[in-house]
Design a protein around this ligand. Structure first.
Ligand code: ADP
Ligand code: 5GP
Length: 202
């Protein structure tokens, strides 16, 4: 079985990363799965521990960090987030591609550690549409929304190392584009590997 690859999906808060990933996995359950990150932020209404995040205290997070459990971590807003090695391994073992739905700093750090990782940046159709989506989600306070808005340009600047840019305008189209990237990346190889498989030598 060909090993799965790691795909990082990033983009400004409220652009629709979570929605897009959920639909992608609903449609193509054997293609890819998302990891569950650890965070110190409080759960939003409806968020479940172990499903959306592993919700931990700052002390617990630090303890896990000391034990070397994280592939990458980041401080974002006033909270900490981290990707667990164990989550990446869990999905790889299932023979699926791994999707990390994380912010750009984390994406760049993943790329440094996993050479073949693919960085995908999700764009809104416009900045106005982005604000509309955050407001309509209704999960942040006005203060939180304005803080996140003020970071949007900086977030674009952080995407310098990203290779793919997908506009999430019509959700279904964006899902198909991300699926195409994952499938196309899965066909990348080199003739040495191929010859090894077919002839037992390269
Ligand atoms: P993120 O994970 O990037 O922070 P979410 O997935 O929570 O964003 O989406 C933010 C809001 O935008 C949600 O209310 C979601 O239903 C909505 N949304 C996502 N994608 C689209 C789209 N293509 N068109 C319109 N609304 C969208
Ligand atoms: P939220 O609080 O809206 O769930 O997430 C805030 C930001 O943190 C989003 O951009 C999200 O993608 C990112 N994020 C979530 N988990 C991780 C993680 O494990 N590592 C990194 N680097 N970013 C994460």
């Amino acid at each position: 079985m060909k090993e799965g690859k790691v795909f990082v999906i990033s983009g400004p808060s409220g652009v629709g990363k979570g929605t897009l990933c959920r639909l992608l996995m609903d449609r193509y359950p054997n293609l890819a799965a998302t990891t569950v990150s650890v965070t110190t932020r409080a759960p939003r209404p409806g968020e479940k521990d172990g499903v959306h995040y592993y919700f931990k205290s700052a002390e617990e997070f630090e303890e896990m960090e000391k034990k070397g459990m994280f592939l990458e971590t980041v401080n974002k807003y006033t909270n900490r987030y981290g990707t667990l090695y164990s989550e990446v391994e869990r999905i790889m073992k299932e023979g699926k591609n791994v999707i990390l739905e994380i912010e750009m700093q984390g994406g760049v750090n993943v790329k440094k550690r996993i050479a073949g990782a693919v960085l995908i940046f999700i764009l809104p159709p416009s900045l106005e549409a982005l604000t509309g989506r955050i407001v309509s989600r209704g999960s942040e306070t006005a203060e939180e929304i304005s803080r996140r808005q003020s970071e949007v340009e900086k977030e674009f600047d952080q995407a310098k190392d990203y290779e793919y840019f997908v506009v999430n305008d019509v959700l279904e189209d964006a899902v198909e584009k991300v699926k195409s990237i994952i499938v196309a990346e899965g066909t990348k190889d080199n003739i040495g590997n191929i010859k090894q498989k077919y002839f037992g030598r390269n």
